[in-house]
Design a protein around this ligand. Structure first.
Ligand SMILES: Nc1nc2c(c(=O)[nH]1)N[C@H]1C(S)=C(S)[C@@H](COP(=O)(O)O)O[C@H]1N2
Ligand SMILES: [Mo]
Length: 316
C-alpha cells in the first residue's frame, strides 16, 4: 500500500463539489471505513477525505453564500507569485511550503523558533466563515480553517512593552519567484495594534474548505483579519514580532496616502483614486448590482469599540 503524503496544492474532489456534499461524502467515507472489517487508518482514506473531517464551527460565521473553491483559489493577490489575479494559481506549484518554521521574537517572555507542526499543535482548529473585502473593491466569503490569533499570541506571553504585533512573509526568491522583481519592498510585512490582535475575530488560517491552504492562498499559515482590507491578511508567515513601536508595513510604506496602517473597511473613507462605497462579490453574475460595503466589513459589533475616540478619516 502506498502512503500518499499530500502537498498543500493537492486539492481535488472539493474543487468540483459543493461544500455540503463534500462534507457529507467525507463523513460517509469515514463511516464506511469504520463499519467495515478493514481497520481504517488515516493513510487509507482518499486524499480529499483526510484533512479535518470533524471541524467545529466557530461562532464567527456569516449567512452569506460561500464563494466557490474555484474562485477562492484562482482569483488571488499574492505578489510573490505574480501580480496578475491568475498568476498565484498558475505559479502555485513553484512554491514549496515545506519545511516551514516560524520565529516569534521581540517583547515577550517565550520567544523561539518553532517548526510548523509544533507551532500549530496546541490549538484547536475550527471553521471560520468570513467575508474578505479587498481594497480594490471586490469581496469573497471564505470558509477558513484556523485558530484564534489571540490565543496563539498569549502562549508567548507578551510583556507590557508589546504594543503592536508585526508579521513577516517568507523571503526567498527561489521559492517565491515574484520576489525577483521589485514590485514591493520584500519581504511583505503587516502589523496590528496589540488590542486589535487580541480581539477574538482574527485567526491564523492553515486551511480553507476543510483542507490545507492552497499555496496561492498563503500556505502553510497566514493571517485573516476580517474587518480590514485584504492586504492586512498577510500570507505565508515566517516571523511574528511583538514591538513597542508601530511596524513599518509594506503597503503603508509604499503609498502612505493610499494605504493606512489601520485599513479598516470603511465605506465613508474613499481611497484617493476610487470610492469604497460598494463592492463586487466574486462569483456573482455581472448584471447583479454591486453590494453596499459595510463599516468594518459588517463586523462593527465585534470591533467598533477598538476605535472609540479615534478619527477614522485621519486614522484610515
Ligand atoms: N505575502 C502576501 N500576503 C498578501 C498579499 C501579498 O501580495 N503578499 N496580498 C494581500 C491582498 S491585497 C489580499 S486581497 C489577500 C488575498 O487573499 P486570498 O488570495 O487568499 O483571497 O491577501 C493579502 N496577503
Ligand atoms: Mo487586496
Amino acid at each position: 500500500m502506498t502512503i500518499i503524503i499530500n502537498k498543500a496544492s493537492d486539492i481535488k474532489a472539493s474543487e468540483i463539489t459543493p461544500r455540503s456534499v463534500y462534507i457529507h461524502r467525507r463523513q460517509f467515507m469515514r463511516q464506511a471505513f469504520a463499519s467495515s472489517l478493514i481497520l481504517a487508518t488515516d493513510a487509507m482514506l482518499p486524499v480529499w477525505a483526510k484533512r479535518w473531517p470533524d471541524l467545529q464551527q466557530s461562532t464567527y460565521k456569516t449567512d452569506d453564500t460561500i464563494t466557490s473553491l474555484k474562485d477562492i483559489t484562482s482569483y488571488n493577490n499574492f505578489y510573490e507569485l505574480g501580480t496578475g489575479k491568475k498568476d498565484p494559481a498558475n505559479n502555485a506549484s513553484i512554491f514549496n511550503p515545506k519545511p516551514w518554521s516560524i520565529a516569534v521574537e521581540g517583547e515577550c517572555n517565550k520567544s523561539g523558533i518553532f517548526n510548523l507542526e509544533d507551532f500549530i499543535k496546541p490549538f484547536a482548529l475550527q471553521e471560520y466563515i468570513y467575508r474578505l473585502r479587498c481594497v480594490e473593491g471586490w469581496s469573497m466569503v471564505i470558509p477558513w480553517v484556523g485558530f484564534s490569533l489571540a490565543n496563539m499570541l498569549k502562549k508567548f506571553e507578551p510583556n507590557s512593552n508589546a504594543r503592536y504585533v508585526e508579521f513577516t512573509t517568507l523571503l526567498d526568491k527561489s521559492r517565491l519567484p515574484g520576489q525577483a522583481r521589485r514590485v514591493l519592498n520584500w519581504p511583505y510585512v503587516e502589523g496590528l495594534r496589540i488590542d486589535e490582535a487580541m480581539n477574538p475575530l482574527p485567526i491564523m488560517a492553515v486551511g480553507l474548505y476543510g483542507d490545507v491552504l492552497p499555496n496561492q492562498n498563503g500556505a502553510p499559515i497566514r493571517l485573516v483579519v476580517p474587518w480590514k482590507y485584504g492586504f492586512k491578511s498577510i500570507k505565508s508567515i515566517v516571523k511574528i514580532r511583538f514591538t513597542e513601536t508601530q511596524p513599518k508595513t509594506t503597503w503603508n510604506e509604499l503609498a502612505p496616502d493610499e494605504y493606512g496602517f489601520y485599513s479598516n473597511v470603511n465605506p465613508d473613507v474613499d481611497h484617493p483614486r476610487w470610492s469604497q462605497r460598494t463592492e463586487r462579490r466574486i462569483g456573482e453574475p455581472f448584471w447583479k448590482p454591486k453590494r453596499q460595503t459595510e463599516i468594518f466589513n459588517g463586523y462593527a459589533e465585534q470591533v467598533a469599540h477598538l476605535y472609540t475616540g479615534m478619527d477614522l478619516v485621519k486614522n484610515f
